[in-house]
Design a protein around this ligand. Sequence first.
Ligand code: GRF
Length: 189
Amino acid sequence: VRTAVLISGRGSNMMALLAAARADDYPADIQLVISNRPEADGLRKADAAGVTAIAIDHKDFDTREAFERELDAALRAHKIDFVACAGFMRVLTEWFVSRWEGRLINIHPSLLPKYKGLHTHKRAIEAGDAEGGASVHWVATEVDGGDIIDHEAVQIEADETPESLANKVLKRELVLYPRALNKVLMGWH
Ligand code: GRF
């Protein structure tokens, strides 16, 4: 399945997907990486891994939809069938989501439906939660609101900080995301 990964930064989840996709029996064929931030480290990493990596800077566009039209055009130009957001920090509008619904997933660093949005680890610690984690979910128009595909949980220790929790959760994300994408694309046609 011709797949694109959308990123905004460091791209560790994207690299985990690329590594998984090297296996012959993995269903995703990652053809394209797009970042809305031209300076994203992940773009360089994808390029070094031999994948087409392009920047579409959201700041070049007056509206969210104008940015998304460009994104949509790039995905279509590369004949992409499936899109995985991985640390992609732009909220997608109804315009884009309705076009890609059912072919668009995201990873979010919380045990959804808890802590949609930002500062998830800090919020989980402050709430006194016993566990934090990450979820892979379908993208729907409500931010971080679509059906959950899979998740990974980690224990929150007494001395946990948002940074230590983020590090622990990220390690699990790198296992979770390839597994979730595999699950979704198995038997895809
Ligand atoms: C991950 O924790 C992801 O869940 C969150 O942003 C982080 C992205 O990291 N939305 P990376 O770009 O994959 O390294």
